[in-house]
Design a protein around this ligand. Structure first.
Ligand code: NAD
Ligand code: DAU
Length: 343
């Protein structure tokens, strides 16, 4: 098995590269990443493994994608590369359409064209619970049968890419499954997202900006549980437990409001509650996500292993103990974004 991971320098990608190398199941793990603001080679700088190769380039470059698959004799792909931040998609959707939709189109067409030449490639397309839209307080969690109903531009581009994957699977017989996961937290997450932003601000005595009333609910899962699920999905596709075109959900059954999360971070960092600042709500803010993941349990024997209490403690400690990493992600673009977004 020779694996291509797209977006391997990002948050989930870097954990997935480690999980793949650690599994001992791959002869080669190639990481294709164009290093946007959230792609950080520091995330993988300690990897010293002859099986690993990093290629700096974009999934939008079809020549490069095809050359990489051909030359590295890629048999499996985990496709994570994407623009991932909802607030940025509300600011400007163009990069999301380019990477999330058109980038996925390039990968699918590359697989289709190379399969005509005899290559055999299986793919996991990494999607999100956000494609299902928003739940009411009494609604049951999303299942794989829940209709897709994206409510923000980021989610719309992810839903569009999912549909491209399903259509290529149906039309050309591409062997791809779609995974949809809830909110990830853990080390190496770019500090524009709730957990690292609030952790670093709390430690540094800065304001903690809560959107709207802070009562929005997310289902939080540790990134390593998600990465393991992605590999299990790839193996499930290879051994026939999953069939091409299928969707599989991952979650942690751990729903919390944003206010609860921020309060826990305040407590664990001994910060001042007075740092909380209620700011304007995110436009079109989804109220609640919750994931049903019975299918992953039944078909892949997968379940989340890291309880929130341990995962969040370890995560906060990681951000506190890795000031060099924090410094490395605080690029000009990151600062510009904070300035533009929070004023
Ligand atoms: P991230 O922003 O940390 O990482 C994205 C990576 O993709 C970066 O390394 C970036 O450089 C790379 N990239 C972006 N556009 C690219 C392009 N055109 N060519 C090559 N590389 C490109 O994001 P993340 O949180 O790690 O999310 C990874 C994937 O998982 C995304 O597809 C996202 O939609 C999905 N997802 C994320 C979560 C979450 O909670 N973070 C949950 C479910 C699904
Ligand atoms: O649900 C999966 C999704 O989770 C992934 O598909 C996305 O890639 C990922 O970014 C994440 O999206 P969210 O919008 O849920 O994550 P974010 O960390 O941006 O926000 C989490 C919640 O916290 C959300 O309700 C908005 C709120 N929030 C966020 C920030 C950054 C605040 O209240 N204040 C903030 O400053």
């Amino acid at each position: 098995m020779r694996l291509l991971i797209t977006g391997g320098c990002g948050f989930i990608g870097s954990h997935t590269v480690r999980e793949a190398l650690g599994s001992g199941k791959f002869q080669k793990v190639v990481n294709l990443d164009c290093l946007t603001y959230s792609g950080n080679p520091e995330n993988l700088k300690d990897i010293d493994d002859g099986k690993y190769r990093f290629i700096h380039g974009s999934i939008n470059d079809s020549k490069l994608v095809q050359e990489t698959i051909r030359e590295e004799e890629i048999s499996h792909i985990i496709h994570l590369a994407a623009e991932s931040h909802v607030d940025r998609s509300i600011d400007s959707v163009e990069p999301f359409i380019r990477s999330n939709i058109d980038g996925t189109r390039v990968i699918l067409e590359s697989i289709r064209d190379l399969e005509k030449l005899g290559h055999e490639i299986s793919m996991v397309h990494v999607s999100t619970d956000e494609v299902y839209g928003s739940l009411g307080p009494e609604d049951l969690p999303f299942t794989e049968e829940t209709p897709v109903c994206p409510m923000n531009p980021y989610a719309a581009t992810k839903a569009a890419s999912d549909m491209l994957v399903q259509s290529f699977s149906n039309t050309y017989g591409i062997k791809a499954v779609i995974t949809r996961c809830s909110n990830n937290y853990g080390p190496n997450q770019f500090p524009e997202k709730l957990v690292p932003l609030m952790t670093l601000n709390a430690v540094e005595g800065k304001k903690l900006p809560i959107y709207g009333d802070g009562m929005q609910i997310r289902d939080w899962i540790h990134v390593s549980d998600h990465s393991r699920g992605l590999l299990e999905s790839l193996f499930g596709l290879s051994d026939g437990s999953l069939t091409p075109g299928e969707v599989i959900n991952f979650g942690a059954n751990d729903e919390r409001t944003n206010l609860e999360i921020v309060s826990e971070i305040i407590e664990m960092t001994d910060a001042d509650k007075g740092l909380i600042e209620y700011v304007s709500d995110r436009p079109g803010h989804d109220r609640r996500y919750a994931m049903g993941f019975e299918k992953a349990k039944l078909t892949l024997d997968w379940e989340p292993l890291i309880p929130w209490e341990k995962g969040i403690r370890d995560t906060i400690d990681w951000y506190i103990n890795n000031p060099e990493w924090v410094e490395s992600v605080r690029t000009g673009d990151y600062l510009n974004w904070l300035e533009r977004h929070y004023g």
